[in-house]
Design a binder for this molecule. Structure first.
Ligand code: SAH
Ligand code: SF4
Ligand code: F3S
Length: 448
């Protein structure tokens, strides 16, 4: 059958979609290039904030005419809701009239069977669901079907046991489980042989990686030592259990990128406690200082939530002060969004008014933009190692790449290929992008 797969949410979903493609291909299904050709539409969804749901409901509405046409032509049409929203809302998803398949993140091996049942069923009312969370599923033995590019996502652990009170992930992805180190290494060797220059190790909290006695630092060092891997990234570590050994590994391995995404969430001790983040603002600042002492010039990015229940102006001020004190290279800032089933949704009413959330997000965003601009301007005149990722969409005749710190750089076209690392001199900067020019002297290839 022809299957169209669409992915929303975080890198973990991107990585899961690669697993899904592999499972479907092994069962003989084909990829539909455009949705109008598809007999099966799968939507891999996110549940992290309410607007993730809104987006999906909007998307499902657009599938009504296609469903009508397909039922008329073929007698069946499958619309499968996968991922975190499926896991969180379960059979409630069938309330949307186009959905007839609901599959959670631990049940993708069952997709071919479930799709087969719906295609044979030949009746509009039939529904299939599999939302059992697993303590063991890590999709071992499945070779993810990736698109070409420079980066390969490699999921090293699944689930989350941290139960931050605002967060739905422990409910949508279940308990933590890690892949065996040799299994990950085998995949990385294969990726290097396929020509991927960069590997990004993924987990909800990579510090929780445990495979026998081996921990995350052992894993990342082993991955960095695989020949052909030019760059290794990882996301995300939790500030509460950040290992010093990881910093030493970054400092001593030139191919482990000098970038740490370290989600802060709030700068107020009271709010951090209500969030169950289990660190204080001083501990967070202390950690960033230690990171920068061990790996100078490292880039530190973060996630922040404004408007968590009971957040006062004074709490918000604490966050602003901390953001100023630390100086993140960039940060994602979100308005608190109450999620069904979370501890916060049961214990704390969502009492910060929407307009206050808006004021606070704007204030933090402006502050962070100024900080990022100053940091980027300070890079003008320096030369950075940039991995070429492709042509710039926005500026014809320019190429785009990433610094080790994960900053986007654009520069006039070079003869180099994607995945190569080039020295780029920074000539200008905005808060989000660096502008530069290639410093590489590519020797002409002599033939004959
Ligand atoms: N496991 C990752 C976070 C994944 S979710 C980590 O801890 O690093 C990505 C970000 O979404 C979180 O860091 C948080 O800032 C934000 N987020 C999570 N739940 C949210 C909610 N209910 N409302 C608003 N933002 C939320
Ligand atoms: Fe959510 Fe916290 Fe787990 Fe991150 S660490 S996924 S924010 S519960
Ligand atoms: Fe990712 Fe969204 Fe699930 S952020 S883990 S897809 S809830």
């Amino acid at each position: 059958m022809k299957v169209f797969l669409e992915t929303y949410g975080c890198q973990m979903n991107v990585s899961d979609s690669e697993i899904i493609r592999s499972v479907l291909a092994a069962a003989g299904h084909e990829v539909a290039r455009v949705i109008d050709e598809a007999e099966v539409v799968l939507i891999n969804t996110c549940a992290i904030r309410e607007n993730a749901y809104r987006k999906i409901y909007g998307r499902l509405d657009t599938l009504r005419p296609l469903r009508k046409r397909m039922f008329k032509e073929k007698g069946y049409f499958v619309v499968g809701l996968l991922g975190c929203m499926a896991q969180n809302l379960k059979k409630d998803m069938f309330k949307h009239p186009v959905v007839n398949l609901v599959v959670g993140p631990d049940n993708y091996r069952a997709l071919p069977d479930l799709i087969g049942k719906l295609a044979q069923g030949n009746q509009k009312r039939q529904q299939e669901i599999d939302v059992d969370l697993s303590e063991y599923e890590t999709y071992q033995g499945i070779d993810p079907k990736r698109f070409d590019g420079v980066n390969a996502w490699v999921t090293i652990m699944r689930g989350c046991d941290n139960f931050c009170t605002f967060c739905v992930v422990p409910y949508t992805r279940g308990r933590e489980r890690s892949r065996p180190l040799d299994d990950v290494l085998g995949e990385v060797r294969h990726l290097a042989a396929q020509g991927f220059s960069q590997v990004t190790l993924l987990g909800q909290n990579v510090n929780s990686y445990r495979a026998g006695v081996q921990r995350f630092t052992d894993l990342i060092v082993a991955v960095a030592d695989v020949p052909g891997v030019e760059r290794v990234r990882f996301t995300s570590p939790h500030p509460k259990d950040f290992p010093e050994s990881l910093l030493l590994a970054i400092a001593s391995h030139p191919n482990i990128c000098t970038h740490i995404h370290l989600p802060l969430q709030s700068g107020s001790n009271r709010i951090l406690e209500l969030m169950n983040r289990t660190y204080t603002r001083n501990e967070f600042v202390g950690l960033t200082e230690k990171i920068r002492q061990t790996v100078p010039n490292i880039s530190i990015t973060s996630d922040i939530i404004v408007g968590f229940p009971t957040e006062t102006e004074a709490d918000h001020q604490n966050t602003l002060d901390l953001v100023k004190a630390v100086g993140f290279d960039s940060a994602y800032i979100f308005k608190y969004s109450e999620r069904k089933g979370t501890i916060a949704s049961k214990k704390f009413p969502d009492d910060v008014p929407p307009e206050v959330k808006t004021d606070r997000i704007v204030e933090l965003f402006d502050l962070q933009r100024d900080i990022a601009l100053k940091k980027n301007q300070a890079k003008i005149g320096t030369t950075l190692k940039v991995m070429l990722e492709g042509e710039s969409d926005k500026r014809p005749g320019f190429q785009v790449g990433k610094t080790e710190g994960n900053m986007t750089v654009i520069f006039p076209e070079t003869p180099h290929r994607i995945g190569e690392i080039l020295p780029i001199a920074v000539t200008d900067a905005t808060a989000a992008t660096l502008l530069g020019k290639s410093q590489s002297l590519r020797m002409p290839v002599l033939t004959g």
